[in-house]
Design a protein around this ligand. Sequence first.
Ligand code: GLU
Ligand code: ZN
Length: 477
Amino acid sequence: MLGVTVSSPLRVRFAPSPTGYLHIGSARTALFNWLTARHGGGQMLLRIEDTDADRSRPELIDLIFRTLGWLGLDWDGEVVHQSKRADRYRDAVESLLAAGHAYWCECRPDEVKARAQARGGKPGYDGHCRDRELGPGPGRVVRFRTPDEGETVFSDVIRGQVSFPNADLEDFVIVRSNGVPMFHVANAVDDLDMEISHVIRGEDLLPATPKILLLRRALSSESDPLFAHLPLIVNEKRQKLSKRRDDVAVEDYIERGYLPEAMANYLATLGWGPPDGIEIRPMPEIIELFELSDVTKSSAFFDIKKLDAFNGEYIRALPVGEFINRSTHWLFSNPPWPPENFSAGVFEFMAPHVQERVRTLSEVPGYVDFLFLDQPLIDDDSWQKVMEKDRVLAIQVLDVAIEQFESLEPWESKAISLAIIGWADSNGVKRQKAQAPVRVAITGRSVGPPLWESIEVLGRGRTLERLRSAKTRLATT
Ligand code: GLU
Ligand code: ZN
């Protein structure tokens, strides 16, 4: 049977279960619901699927609100909590029982299994209690009576017409023996009551859809909603993102210094792309261009390198003052330097250069730590590569730098650079080669922010001290 799909006002919902952190895939689902609503001038509703009282935790509900807020995704009207709607689900189950769409079953799981084995063929429940007219009782569940023949067909905006043979659907449990209704009932009842026009959710829920639809139709709904099952998100090995293997909590990305606008923009590309192929663009443009029917069926690769590139681009587009503000958290929570050494003025001086180079805000401290540490942290690889490999040149350059810097006037980046570069040019030494030992002595690393500006802001005294201590270290190792 194909239910009728009537065009109704556009109403979508994001319906997370608060049983764990908010997964990248859930965030993408939230975003695609939101884009559909905002593009079509419809309503975006939020429903917390917390029927599973053992696994749902209030702090996880707060985390959902916070994460949606961080991504800039808002919703319309009051949040619906399934935990507050138990009476409604009970009524729905009563009406299904009364109409003969559901029945009580007392079979224990081991009995169901033993009969299936004896019978051979398909495992699952055999309809044993269908006509036994049992009432409620300890240990009993309520099962939905599925049709024996035919197909359950529905329209999916992304997949076209999808059909499931009814013979493959056992009479599934809708109320557990503890009296708690199963996910399918709550989900079907809520989408009806909330007058949802488009059910947009992950592909993993595709097998649940015929059950939910059969329930919905049995509850005498006149029409089906449209469905959109979003493609799976996979890692570089084309495997489904897993909790163990891959970083999938949006929270972790917040802490690693991704900008919410970069993350939201990147999530929009997981299964969808704008017609002109320009992927990095402001959200209002994405809203305008987004079409649910353009979402692909094929799985979407969650590519951290691409996310980093998006993020770097968004960071570079910030006004520098904004970059400084947004970096604050990473400069003040667990910095690698003694907190009293931090100087806002020094950071502001370096900020435009750092902004050009970082991909995430959590990288910011690593670009300026040498300015606030009493001694730079010497990176072993950099020391080996630059100092040890050409010890003679390194000592020579350090000597030149010490001598020139002692009396250099004025102490500013241009003059500082000329002192070293001038020497390199007139001695036939490559500029890069001359600069490298100075950089390692000053910053501890072979890459980092522009060297001459770093030296200027570090000051003459500390610069000379570092050059001398590098020389000593080089002479004694
Ligand atoms: N609560 C379900 C989940 O988090 C989603 C249900 C739905 O979107 O229909 O997987
Ligand atoms: Zn039974």
